[in-house]
Design a protein around this ligand. Structure first.
Ligand SMILES: [Zn+2]
Length: 459
């Protein structure tokens, strides 16, 4: 029982308004809904407020912590498969019982394994898995007067720090974790799986929003931030939306992708296998839609670290540290920056850019109204995550700790793909940033899907 009966009546009145405009909404009319969201007065007994209050920092942290018990969850390994089993069992325990797995084959090239066993190969960009090339887009013009070319169309302003993927297991100083991460992806072709479950809409079961995150990781740490933080966020939303006390007009699918780190392969496989099944009733006359029509895709990838632009590294005497070439070395600030925010991005070069931009602004408006601690910003260079395979088919956005192109890509996160991406690296301020992204997506999707209190007669 999550909603006290006494204020169910007033919640019903509020949520009916939300339902009304959500049901009149298509992906083309989200600008209108933005007006309604901004002009409506926030009431403490608003259903969306009640749902946002179901998000709890300790529960979010506990879910991330549990995911880290499977190490870095590298694709193709036993620890990855065990993590998938655990996630599926959790989804079922939350009441999201209709879990399914989407299977695909992935080919691991031999070179990756030899690179992994090479000594001290730290920070070798793109040294990991490159087999089964995905149709990536590297044609977006990037860079400007302010700096060099970043990914997704971005410009790398300001100071930068080193980035790369750790491929040396020995750089993990925790021996227990090193043992846990010892198994490598087998060379050759073998099966991989994504897992998902679906909240089926009462009024429009044939339409859905997709809420996703990748659960695989790399780097010989715990993949706590990349992407335990996004995986836990999606699981928390599945838990809250699965309450029998909540109905939605439209369906919501909660998806955990595999093989993001190898080239978004799990999401590409989903789009390839299911794009043409959208909105088809099967069996005919059953009222069942195995693949409801996609209304929007919302991805979550790296939710915790927003410490700002790298600063000069100083030695014990306060002197600027220089690299071998005599150039100053920059490092990430230890503390979260005062201006920390959630970054919502769409891709301006995608075929669905207009709808995606409106979706992004809708999320920002939802953040304004329902996030408790951190604001959100909108950017137009979404890249390098599982929303990319969707972006020409349906409005797609990503939520992150920073902009992927110009900030994460410039080395703003020193733990990215490193052995230091472990649970103990992050403070409650960091975890709270992830929770605020959860508040943002929860509230936006609750409104877009037409969430309401289920009829009292229903248990
Ligand atoms: Zn990631």
């Amino acid at each position: 029982m999550i909603f006290p009966r006494q204020f169910k009546q007033s919640i019903l009145a509020t949520s009916m308004c939300a339902g009304l405009f959500a049901s009149s909404m298509t992906t083309n009319s989200q600008a209108q809904s933005l007006d309604i969201l901004q002009s409506s007065a926030l009431k403490p007994d608003d259903l969306v407020v009640s749902m946002v209050r179901q998000l709890d920092l300790e529960k979010y942290k506990a879910t991330i912590k549990s995911l880290t018990e499977f190490g870095d969850r590298r694709q193709g390994t036993e620890r990855n498969r065990r993590a998938l089993d655990w996630i599926e069992a959790q989804l079922k325990s939350y009441g999201c019982t209709n879990t399914e797995r989407l299977q695909f084959d992935y080919t691991q090239a031999p070179s990756a394994t030899s690179a992994q066993s090479a000594p001290s190969a730290q920070s070798v960009p793109s040294a990991t898995t490159t087999a089964t090339p995905a149709p990536r887009r590297n044609v977006i013009p990037s860079g400007g007067l302010g700096g060099g070319a970043g990914q997704g169309g971005s410009t790398l302003f300001g100071k930068r720090a080193k980035t790369g993927v750790n491929t040396d297991p020995l750089l993990q100083t925790n021996e227990k974790l090193r043992t846990l991460n010892a198994e490598q992806t087998p060379v050759g072709t073998s099966q991989r799986e994504n897992v998902y479950c679906t909240k089926i809409g009462k009024k429009n079961p044939d339409e859905m929003y997709i809420v996703g995150a990748h659960f695989d990781g790399i780097g010989f740490g715990e993949a706590a931030n990349d992407n335990g933080s996004g995986t836990a966020l999606v699981m928390e939303l599945a838990r809250i939306f699965s309450s029998p006390e909540i109905d939605t007009d439209k369906s919501i699918r909660f998806v955990l992708w595999n093989n993001e780190e190898t080239g978004l392969n799990g999401a590409y496989a989903y789009v390839a296998q299911r794009k043409d099944l959208q909105g088809i009733e099967s069996p005919k006359g059953s009222g069942k839609y195995p693949e409801p029509k996609w209304l929007g895709m919302i991805q979550h990838d790296m939710m915790l670290w927003d410490h700002g632009m790298p600063v000069p590294q100083l030695d014990a005497h306060g002197k600027q540290v220089l690299d071998a070439e005599g150039k100053p070395v920059y490092v990430s600030p230890k503390e979260q920056r005062a201006e920390a925010d959630v970054n919502i991005e769409f891709q301006s070069t995608s075929k669905q850019a207009e709808g995606a931009a409106k979706l992004a602004w809708f999320f920002r408006a939802a953040n304004d109204k329902y996030a408790t601690t951190y604001p959100a910003a909108v950017g137009f260079h979404m890249t390098n995550t599982d929303s990319v395979p969707f972006m020409d088919v349906v409005p797609a956005i990503s939520l992150r700790e920073n902009e992927r192109g110009m900030q994460i890509g410039a080395g703003w996160n020193p733990n990215w793909h490193q052995p230091s991406d472990v649970f103990s690296t992050y403070s409650d301020k960091d975890f709270m940033l992830g929770l605020n992204a959860a508040q943002t997506t929860l509230s936006a999707v609750a409104i877009l899907s037409g969430a309401k209190i289920a009829p009292v007669s229903k248990k």
